[in-house]
Design a protein around this ligand. Structure first.
Ligand SMILES: NC(=O)c1ccc[n+]([C@@H]2O[C@H](COP(=O)([O-])OP(=O)(O)OC[C@H]3O[C@@H](n4cnc5c(N)ncnc54)[C@H](OP(=O)(O)O)[C@@H]3O)[C@@H](O)[C@H]2O)c1
Length: 305
């Protein structure tokens, strides 16, 4: 039985492994998705004991939430945690909107699509340019008081914006781009988050599949954000991660996910999946117990990022 993680100062608890669902109904973001695969992905997660589903209005403009709402009707609501997000305004070219009225409406709309009485974690998906962050968070604090949401999150906020949002210590969780090959948050955010009891959830934990080890040295052009030298470093590091994986009878992806699960600065890791088989495989990360030496070795392999 995996340990339970508490989210910020809230009463929400979850397994340290969740599921990212931008490929569940996210037709506006990815080509070639099938809704039936999305349904299978959600069922695979819940059947394998992955308790947190990370979705957003933006994933299919409500479609991902609708699929999750339909599938979860057959599951015990007390056994899983739904995290969703809003900010993109469908009436203004999907520009971020943090206006309190907009956010409150977004909570109600998400509740309806998800077919549930409460949302465990509600994030402001992106900051807007005009709303004072503390006012935006206060809107969610009102929703928390009303029992519609249980924990308050912000995503894609800079440290200064997080501090402003957390002026009344009401933020429970932050979700930001972070992985072994994208480590800025360690210095930029982790110390503040720890000091203020705010949980951290990294998105793109597998660097969009790169850290599963399924790409070869010839695939460097698919990952333009890395220089040729950086890509070679990643390929080399993954070769060494593979040796650790083999010792645990695990895959590279499971070993990388186990690394995040062991890191005390990370609350929940939410790898995305296109297919149920990926979920079944990733779920086994919960059983991979890295030693401190292995944890440190992987840390060092990716230290330059
Ligand atoms: N807050 C935000 O602004 C924000 C932004 C982005 C994402 N997110 C959230 O974070 C989650 C995670 O990010 P992500 O899904 O974009 O990236 P990711 O977790 O780094 O990569 C997931 C992708 O890797 C591939 N994959 C996963 N498991 C695999 C396995 N075992 N073997 C081979 N390939 C595998 C799949 O893509 P293919 O099969 O297509 O290769 C999958 O869609 C999202 O789903 C979403 O919920 C939040």
């Amino acid at each position: 039985m995996a340990q339970k993680i508490k989210i910020g100062k809230s009463n929400v608890t979850t397994t340290p492994l969740g599921l990212g669902t931008n490929k569940v109904g996210g037709h506006n973001l990815f080509d070639g998705l099938k809704d039936e695969d999305g349904v299978a992905v959600i069922k695979a997660a819940l059947n394998d004991g992955i308790s947190l589903l990370d979705t957003a209005f933006m994933y299919g403009l409500g479609k991902s939430e609708e699929i999750i709402g339909n599938v979860t009707q057959d599951y015990d609501r007390s056994k899983f945690v739904i995290a969703t997000k809003a900010a993109q305004d469908p009436n203004n070219n999907l520009k971020p909107n943090n206006d309190p009225k907009f956010l409150k409406r977004a909570v109600d709309d998400a509740l309806e699509r998800l077919q549930t009485d409460y949302i465990d974690i509600f994030y402001i998906h992106f900051p807007d340019d005009q709303t004072p962050k503390a006012e935006a968070v206060q809107a969610l604090a009102d929703e928390k008081k009303a029992g519609k949401i249980k924990a308050i999150g912000v995503s894609n906020f800079s440290l200064d914006q997080i501090k402003e949002a957390n002026a009344a210590e009401q933020v429970d969780i932050v979700e930001d781009n972070y992985s072994l090959v994208h480590r800025e948050a360690e210095k930029a955010e982790f110390p503040y988050l720890k000091e203020h009891q705010i949980s951290f959830v990294p998105y793109f934990p597998l660097a969009s599949g790169l850290l599963t080890g399924k790409y070869t040295p010839a695939d460097g052009n698919k990952f333009q954000q890395f220089s040729a030298k950086q890509y070679a470093t990643i390929m080399n590091a993954l070769e060494q991660v593979k040796e650790i994986a083999v010792a645990h009878q695990a895959t590279i992806a499971q070993t990388i996910l186990a690394w995040y699960i062991k890191d005390p600065d990370i609350s929940v890791v939410i790898p995305g999946a296109r297919l149920a088989d990926q979920v079944h495989s990733n779920a086994k990360a919960l059983t991979v117990q890295l030693s401190d030496a292995e944890f440190n070795q992987i840390d060092q392999l990716f230290k330059s990022f």
